[in-house]
Design a protein around this ligand. Sequence first.
Ligand code: FES
Length: 127
Amino acid sequence: MVAAEPEGFICGSGQLLERGRGVRFTVQRQGSVTPAFVIRFEGQVHAYLNVCSHRSLELDWNEGEFFAVFGDELLCATHGARYAPASGHCVGGPCRRAGLVKLAVVEIDGGIYLDSKDDVHLAKQKE
Ligand code: FES
């Protein structure tokens, strides 16, 4: 059995600093193109649809700015929903226990790739 290869390159590992600016990209999922982002937290990379569970708006207040001021939570700029960076679970604000949709990503040889599980494919990398 041959292991599935990672589908799409998102960015280089060096672009994601610990609790720093995230990298935005888009995915093809369930017939539509949806914004997404990847961040680094406690050394690991985590990716989510960039869709707040409160009102389906993008989270970042400036492009790529997802972390709250202390770097311990992801924050939606619109009404302040707060999410755990490693799980996407709602930890406060109007998300009311509804978390972010997590995407499978892998970090290999200095690159971060979307794993095409769950019928999610890289649509186009955002500049
Ligand atoms: S749209 Fe994100 S908190 Fe309301």
